[in-house]
Design a protein. Sequence first.
Length: 155
Amino acid sequence: MRKVLTVLLTLLTLCAAVPAAQAADSYREQLDDFSAYADSARLSAAYAPNPNGGTNTATLVPSPFGPGLGNAMALSYTLTGGYSGRSRPVNGYWPGLRAVELWVANATPGQDVLLQLSDGASYEAHLNAVPGFDPASAQPQHLTIPIGSATSSPR
């Protein structure tokens, strides 16, 4: 059975610590708002399938998260060994990184969704364990995942 996750990472944002004299939102690094992709083929080229899981297809879709949010990525997938995913390398160095924000709509409520970040070590956050995430909902959800809540895993 093919499942759909609209990890509409419409606002995948890294938030880093800033001096108290600056506004809390003054340092935000937007990783992807999906506006740079002309079509699904270019999106798929940027987000390569991970080879150790089930098959999946990334599709560029209009954002279901509200007007003015542009495009998003819908991921149709089949699990193999309990896993399917895509990855994208990101160049950058963000000392003081404290959170990752994203929008997600899971068309298969109850399915565990894992966000992985890697800087040589791998850090994981299961969305089902993120405060405020409703794993039983298929509705769009805006999440802020504190980096401190991510667990380190061996590579």
